[in-house]
Ligand binder design. Structure first.
Ligand SMILES: NC(=O)c1ccc[n+]([C@@H]2O[C@H](COP(=O)([O-])OP(=O)(O)OC[C@H]3O[C@@H](n4cnc5c(N)ncnc54)[C@H](OP(=O)(O)O)[C@@H]3O)[C@@H](O)[C@H]2O)c1
Length: 373
């Protein structure tokens, strides 16, 4: 009934302009049969027809994902714990399209209220370290399982779970083993869930490049800098996860989203050194010593480096055979080497001013590329 209504190409006349609707403006949920109907030209003031809940929206990846889906006119429910942490999200969509809802992971009613009206749930909840109130199991396994169960109960069409590259139940890292268990509980409660496993993400406010670059004058190498990583741009992950919203081919799949190139930590430090003109002295720290330092730092009242993060810095990034990648989403990952300066500029030493100005040619005119300064 809905399909025939859409093919009829309904015309709305406003100031003499006719707005047509086409077959591709209608998506019928394969699971529930419910129609999702687009209206308008596709910008933030139109409607994509989706009602989406993004758990973990107040974090790093959350802002890139919410921005992507809200600017296409979706209604986005943004569950938050602290009101200040979600304010920046409110301006990402048109008036009334961003709907903040206060939640607590131990208050099931609050989680249910945030899911009840949605056709898609993204679960980005995660933590790099444990706190006094929440263990890795609480956040990565228990909460993920509850959200997937609630999504099934309320006949949510899509559940997209963010895990992590190298997630493995037998991993020595509890972060990675609980991420793998989280995938299992989600899949048993919501069998068609899409799993996304990003590698270490970098971007403007990351905890990866910034942490390596911040060491100013002294960089600590774990595993002698030989661990291999494939850092991925957070905006690429956000773009890929936006595609999953409408693409039925992504249902039930596993995506491993990694950067274009593999680096060792030593190579990354070298790249940072060259880009920032910092003279980074390097110390190789054996794992037991690094663990002891991390444990001592964990007594500080603010977050530093966790012992489990040291464990993860010993594990090479490996792609799982058969897992889908950016290529399957039609995305070419951003090159860290070409764009790294954007994120590292603020760490540059004033010594870069001693370098000769880089030159270029625009038309017939020789110019200095001031944007590289
Ligand atoms: N960043 C990376 O390099 C990386 C790499 C691989 C996988 N991942 C995974 O990708 C996802 C997104 O990463 P991210 O970097 O955006 O993470 P993030 O910045 O740490 O944000 C995590 C989000 O989870 C929420 N959260 C954590 N513990 C919670 C709790 N007990 N109760 C309620 N909310 C809680 C946070 O809410 P609050 O703001 O209220 O704390 C925040 O919205 C996570 O699952 C992460 O594990 C990240």
């Amino acid at each position: 009934m809905f399909a025939s209504a859409a093919t009829k190409q309904t015309k709305q006349t406003f100031l003499g302009l006719a707005q047509k609707r086409f077959n591709h403006d209608l998506i019928i949920s394969s699971k529930t049969g419910r129609p999702i109907i687009k209206r308008g030209g596709g910008g933030r003031s139109s409607s994509s027809g989706h009602v989406v809940t993004v758990f973990g929206c107040t974090g790093f990846l959350g802002r890139y994902l919410v921005n992507r889906i809200a600017r296409e006119g979706a209604h986005v429910i943004v569950p938050y714990r602290d009101e200040d942490d979600m304010r920046h999200l409110k301006v990402m969509g048109d008036l009334g399209k961003i709907i903040p809802m206060e939640i607590h992971l131990r208050n099931k009613d609050s989680l249910e209220a945030a899911i009840r009206h949605s056709d898609t749930v993204y679960n980005l909840l995660g933590r790099d370290y444990e706190t006094r109130n929440f263990s890795f199991e609480d956040v990565h396994v228990e909460a993920a399982g509850i959200l997937a169960e609630l999504a099934t109960k309320h006949e949510v069409d899509r559940f997209i779970q963010v895990s992590a590259l190298n997630a493995n139940v037998d991993s020595p890292s509890r972060f990675l083993s609980t991420k793998a268990k989280g995938e299992e509980v989600v899949r048993s409660a919501f069998p068609n869930a899409t799993i996304v496993r990003p590698s270490a993400m970098y971007g403007q406010e990351d905890r990866f490049l910034a942490r390596l670059a911040m060491s100013r004058g002294l960089s600590i190498r774990i595993n002698e800098g030989t661990t291999k990583v494939r850092p991925v741009n957070v905006a690429d992950v956000g773009a890929g996860m936006r595609i999953m919203l409408d693409d039925p081919k992504t249902v039930g799949q596993i995506y491993e989203l990694v950067g274009d190139q593999e680096y060792t930590y030593a190579q990354l430090l070298q790249f940072i050194k060259e880009t920032t003109n910092q003279d980074l002295g390097e110390i190789n720290v054996p794992k037991p010593v690094a663990n002891m330092i991390a444990k001592a730092l964990n007594f500080l009242p603010w977050q530093t480096v966790g012992a489990d993060e040291i464990e993860r810095m010993m594990i090479d990034d490996k792609l799982t055979p058969g897992a889908k990648t950016f290529e399957d989403l039609g995305i070419e990952p951003t090159s860290l080497e070409l764009t790294g300066i954007q994120y590292l500029r603020r760490f540059r030493s004033n010594l870069y001013t001693d370098d000769p100005l880089p030159k270029g040619v625009v038309g017939k005119k020789k110019v200095y590329h001031t944007q590289y300064l």
